[in-house]
Structure formats: C-alpha cells, structure tokens
Design a protein around this ligand. Structure first.
Ligand code: DOR
Ligand code: ZN
Length: 345
C-alpha cells in the first residue's frame, strides 16, 4: 500500500506556548490537525475561564490563512480553583477539559496540586457536569525513583480517585509504562490514555547511551524497551481507550542543551509521518485512524472530523528540518533515528 486516507487527526495533548513561540510552532500543528487540546502551563498559567478566552484569542490570531484549526482550551487546576468558574467555562463552550499537574512534576507546574484531597470539591463538580480531567500522572515525592513515578501515581493517586469518584472522566496523559496501559485497559468506563509519538519510538537508552541526548529528555521520562513495546501494542490495537496526544513541547535549543535542560520534545512537524511508520512496522496501518482520529473525539463526546488526510509512502525519505526557527530562537525537531517515508498532506 502506498497511500492511505484517514479522517483528519486531532492532537489531544499539545503545548503551543505564547508570543513568538506560539507564532513559530502553531503552523506545524494546524497544517495537519483539525483540533488540539491546548496545555495551560504558561507563565503565569491559564487558571480561569477569562484567562482561557484571552489565550484562545491569541492562538486564533496566529492560525495561518486557509488552515481550519480549533484550539480546545483547558484550565490549569490549582488549589484555589473556583468550581463555578470551571463549570461555567465548560457550559459556555470555552473550555474542554481541566488539567491536573502534581506540583513540581514538570515544566511550570509550581502552581499545581500538592494533595489531591485539596481539589476534591472541584473534581466532584466536574464529575457532576461531565467535565474531563487531563492528568499528568506522576508522583513527585523525592524518595520515589523517576522511573517509578508513573506506576506509583497509578497505585496511590489514580486508583483511589477512581474508586472515590468513578463518574469523573479521566484522561491519563502521555502514559509511558506497561503498568499504565494495563491499568487503563482494565477499566471499562470513564478512563482513557493518551500516548505520545516519541514514547512509541524511544526508550531510556536513546537518552543515555553513548552520551546524554537532551533533545530526547521529556517528562514522563522514557522507560525501558519492554514498556515502549507495551505502548506500541496498545496504540496499534485500535482500542477505543487509547489515542494520540503528541505532548509536542517546544523549548529553544539553549534551554535544552544546558546543564539543567528543560523537559520536552518537539514533534508536531513530523508526528504523522512517524506514526505511519510505527503503525506500518507493526502491520497495523489500518488502526492509525482509530488512534489518531476516532478514539479521541469519541471519548470526549465530540464528533469526528469531516475532513480527511492522505498519507503517501514515498520512495525517497521525506526530509524534515533539523530545527525550526521561531522568533525566540531555534527549536530542535524530534529525530526518530530512522528515515521517514510517509508524507502527510
Ligand atoms: O516533557 C514535557 N514537557 N513534559 C511535560 O509534562 C511538560 C512539557 C513542557 O511544558 O515543556
Ligand atoms: Zn505535556
């Protein structure tokens, strides 16, 4: 097969940033994706519906002419979030979900949640109103090894929350472990997982063997190969609970190539080519559409896109730039370390 046409995909986890960076990166997403769930971890974060309206307007102003793209806004959950503002923002169609960052888990998460008990009143209102919760699922306790933080989160935070509030719709984001996919696939209702493009391709050796490679550093950190294989198996299964969230997260190169480098991998520009490669490799090209275009909207209760995307396999590798230029500086593009032959149009 040299060409496939699928329903136009959406990205259910994306960092667009703001200002010059937003201008520089948005066209790579709007060229391929019809919608994206926009992460609220700006400085300062997007905390209220009023913040989300202003941020949405700044995004919309940067959409290139001719691209049909809708940003789906989220609110950054804090311990002082007003439940009524969340419900109003959702009912008015301003926000699509709320994002939970455990305080200190990742980039700009300082205003996040230190103890889930403190946000239970908001979560209860969200469950009642059918508002989805996007979760960065890692504990931050200093005594928990960075490679175990997701598994410990599932056991100590996610599972008790599911038991306490089974009606709350939860998206366990950027799952990186077999434990994560097994947990999600063991639950019938109200729980789904997003997988990133890079976690389907790299493992922890990619970051650390032969010298430290800061452009493969992200959070949650990539795990052992057995975990990567479990993620690929889940992605290509087509299961309705598993869908794409690229977590494409641009940082300028000086902040990545640094004694204390930022977490984040920029993949918006070549994600669909990478995914077609991974799915073809697994003999499951026919499941790419479920993963990238159908399962996400179904879980969120939204309709699937009417437009399509055609991916064509070229004889010669498709060339992507090594870096993209933004008004803030260069951003390195995710290098999957294999030639990409699939071109997305
Ligand atoms: O690698 C990451 N980068 N993981 C996150 O959770 C945040 C993101 C960012 O904002 O840079
Ligand atoms: Zn993210």
């Amino acid at each position: 097969m040299t060409s496939i046409t699928i329903t136009r995909p959406d990205d259910w986890h994306l960092h667009l940033r703001d200002g010059e960076m937003l201008k520089g990166v948005l066209p790579d997403t709007s060229a391929h994706f019809r919608r994206a769930i926009i992460m609220p971890n700006l400085v300062p974060p997007v905390v209220t519906t009023a913040d989300a309206i202003r941020y949405r307007d700044r995004i919309v102003a940067c959409i290139p002419d001719g691209d049909d793209f809708t940003p789906l806004m989220t609110l950054y959950l804090t311990e002082t979030t007003d439940p009524d503002d969340v419900v109003t923002g959702f009912k008015d169609g301003i926000i699509t979900a709320v994002k939970l960052y455990p305080a200190g888990a990742t980039t700009n998460s300082e205003s996040g949640v230190t103890d889930i008990a403190k946000v239970l009143p908001v979560l209860e209102k969200m469950a009642e109103a059918g508002i989805p919760l996007c979760m960065h699922g890692e504990v931050t306790n200093a005594d928990v090894d960075i490679f175990d933080r997701e598994a410990v989160f599932i056991e100590t935070v996610l599972d008790p929350l599911r038991k306490r509030l089974p009606e709350l719709k939860i998206i366990m984001e950027h799952v990186t472990t077999k434990d994560g996919v097994d947990y999600v696939l063991g639950e019938e209702h109200g729980l789904a997982a997003t997988l990133t493009t890079h976690h389907l391709i790299i493992n922890r050796n990619t970051i650390l063997v032969g010298g430290i490679k800061p452009h493969y550093y992200c959070l949650p950190i990539a795990k052992r190969e057995v975990h990567r294989q479990a993620l690929v198996k889940a992605a290509v299964s087509g299961d309705r609970r598993i869908f794409l969230g690229t977590d494409s997260a641009p940082h300028i190169d000086p902040l990545k190539e640094n004694a204390c480098g930022c977490a984040g991998i920029y993949s918006s520009i070549n994600t669909m080519s990478c995914l077609a490669h991974v799915f073809e490799d697994a003999g499951a090209l026919d499941k790419l559409e479920s993963f990238a275009s159908l399962n996400g909207p179904a879980f969120y209760g939204l309709s699937k896109n009417t437009a399509t995307m055609t991916l064509t396999k070229r004889e010669n590798p498709v060339e992507f730039p090594k870096t993209i230029e933004t008004g803030e500086g260069a951003v390195t593009v995710f290098d999957p370390q294999f030639p990409l032959h699939w071109e997305a149009e």
